[in-house]
Design a protein around this ligand. Structure first.
Ligand SMILES: Cc1cc2nc3c(=O)[nH]c(=O)nc-3n(C[C@H](O)[C@H](O)[C@H](O)COP(=O)(O)O)c2cc1C
Length: 330
């Protein structure tokens, strides 16, 4: 495998360097500030992303909670925007830059019908000229780097991902992340890392490979096949905020990282729950349920604990369950 070297992004302003090989993906409904702060514990230098943000809403003054106080978070945070209107994207990008974004990422991969039907996310894969115009306009308007996250195309028969990516590079994109599936594939099958390799070979800007990387073995294999400049981890990090740091450390230092044990997982879940409840009140419990359900796995009694946690009616009931579980480790 090639030696790790920092990823250099130039943008219109001062060049910015990324000191990480492993990146946390944007995850709608998951990668909020609380989750990112957990990921940061194990990954001080990794690039982390906000959940995708609706650019039109941000332009109109809604959805700002997703981008505020970014400058108070340590390490680089990318703000990911989606829409198809260049002017809304520009306005939202300016707002995100002033909130402390390290870079602006443009979503050209989201398969969700509600978004693609309106022309955003993966629908831009069918509109290369509009996609380039967005990148060009946003890059001109801000001084931080502009990056794009794409899939391999809308569907296998009509896709030419190499030309699409070259067009984005030409328009000013500083880095491209490729999820190795088409929009039509959704999340089925296996990500096509060889197709990512073709894109990497054709571009001068850094390329990040994404799709189906669950551990450092996958990451090493993916880097070998794609020759990419880094890898991005999505689903496997849900409930495992240590995973990005774990993979980065295992690849760079060729050591085996000790992931959190049962006690730590329960204690993390308790902390996550309390933070969500203090920020969002009772609604925090609903959000915490999925995180607790993902994190409380792989230890004796985990299934029983999960079973009780999904039935907890109030935040205090859930807190008590986790506190009682913690007592068992003393
Ligand atoms: C719950 C969920 C939310 C996601 N949200 C976003 C998003 O906001 N922006 C984006 O570009 N991709 C999003 N994705 C796609 C992931 O970032 C990633 O590209 C995809 O899951 C493939 O990587 P993986 O195999 O490592 O999960 C989401 C995926 C999931 C499962």
């Amino acid at each position: 495998m090639k030696e790790f070297s920092p990823i250099c992004l130039s943008g219109n302003g001062t060049p910015r360097s990324l000191e990480c090989l492993v990146i946390q993906s944007p995850l709608a409904g998951v990668s909020d500030q609380i989750f990112r702060n957990f990921v940061r514990r194990w990954s001080p230098k990794a690039l982390l992303f906000t959940e995708m943000v609706n650019a039109k809403s941000l332009e109109l003054g809604h959805g700002e909670e997703k981008v505020i106080e970014l400058s108070e978070e340590s390490g680089p945070i990318g703000v990911q925007l989606f829409d198809h209107r260049p002017d809304s994207m520009v306005d939202a990008a300016i707002k995100a830059e002033s909130s402390g974004a390290f870079l602006i990422d443009i979503n050209m991969g989201c398969p969700v019908k509600k978004i693609a039907r309106k022309g955003g996310g993966s629908a831009l894969l069918k509109e290369p000229e509009l996609a380039q115009l967005i990148v060009k306009k946003v890059s001109k308007a801000i001084s931080i780097p502009v990056t794009v996250k794409i899939r391999l195309g809308w569907c296998e028969t009509t896709s030419d991902p190499v030309s699409f990516a070259l067009g984005l590079q030409e328009a000013g994109a500083q880095l491209i992340t490729v999820h190795g599936r088409t929009r039509r594939q959704g999340f089925s099958g296996h990500a096509n890392w060889k197709a990512i390799a073709k894109i990497k070979k054709s571009l001068d800007i850094p390329v990040i490979a994404n799709g189906d990387i669950k551990n450092s073995r996958d990451a090493i294999e993916c880097l070998k096949i794609t020759n990419a400049d880094g890898v991005m981890i999505g689903r496997a990090s849900m409930g495992a905020p240590w995973l990005v740091g774990q993979i980065d450390e295992e690849i760079k230092n060729q050591t085996t990282f000790k992931p959190p044990d049962a006690k730590m997982k329960v204690s993390l879940s308790l902390e996550h729950l309390k933070l969500l409840v203090s920020k969002k009140g009772n609604h925090g419990l609903l959000i915490a349920r999925k995180h607790m359900n993902w994190t409380c796995r792989g230890f004796e009694g985990a299934s029983n604990l999960r079973h009780k946690l999904v039935r907890a009616r109030t935040p205090n009931d859930a807190i008590k369950l986790l506190e009682d579980e913690l007592l068992k480790f003393n």
